[in-house]
Design a protein around this ligand. Sequence first.
Ligand code: C2E
Ligand code: MG
Ligand code: MG
Ligand code: MG
Length: 283
Amino acid sequence: QAKHKGKSSYAQFTPEMTEVSHERLQMESHMRKALELGEFELYYQPIVDTASGSLIGAEALLRWNNPAMGMVMPDRFIPLAEETGLIIPIGEWVIEEACKAAVAWRAMTGLESLSIAVNVSPRQFRDPGFTDAVMRSLNASGLPPECLELEITERLILDNTIETADILRQLDRTGIRLSVDDFGTGYSALSYLKSYPFDTLKIDKSFIQDVLNESGDASLVRAIINMAHSLGLKVIAEGVEEEGQTHFLKNENCDYSQGYFYSRPMPEQDFIYWLETNHRANH
Ligand code: C2E
Ligand code: MG
Ligand code: MG
Ligand code: MG
């Protein structure tokens, strides 16, 4: 049921099928102008090495500041951007902006390994111009490809297998890193992990949330980490909020962590401040 619903929300949706509510139409027309008006903003959330706590990169998270609606969170507008195709220009802007930001931080801190992770939605991923657009952003910014990580959800991977495999291989050949976002929430076939060129698994926050209280979640997280490592993949725990969770994750050799315990996503200026203090503290 959930799978079917997810699929129809981007693959089979046409404007005629869209529920024509006033709010929706207004949101769509606002969104069409938002890029030009400079209403989109990237927030950045640190990703740290679990063992040492030191910074390894950040995830770019999109925010929409609209004068009429205030700050709109991605869960409220990304689905509509997908349905309308607006996600393609918006997504290009996100990658361009994120690459430029990462180059600036790398120069500022001298951290050679500092990388940036960007979310890619299904429609954007399948657009024929996608790989070229990514390469343009890398070339224009001068960011080394291995410092860009594209996050792709499990659901995308499980749909439309042949096309997906081709695009993933094409991206992998450029040296860009690929991660599976929200791992564990899809209807995992798992076999894709051995045949596709992923570098990283991001364990969904729903598993991390109860890792200290639910032995089932603890077992799953432990099993995911071990499986990922035996396949040569790195693991990021998402949604780390409490110190106790960091002890668990350290103990289980989870490579990287991300969550409110370390920091909430921040506007770029705040992130730079965080970066400077964090960098100073560790060097
Ligand atoms: P995601 O990629 O799984 O991003 C992680 C989400 O978890 C973010 O929500 C982040 O703010 C939130 N989060 C981080 N740490 C914690 C924590 O400790 N506890 C809890 N409860 N939440 C935490 P956000 O920013 O609202 O983004 C939601 C989703 O929207 C993202 O999930 C991603 O799928 C999508 N998204 C965000 N930016 C973009 C974008 O530029 N392009 C596309 N296509 N999708 C995006
Ligand atoms: Mg993500
Ligand atoms: Mg690779
Ligand atoms: Mg996620």
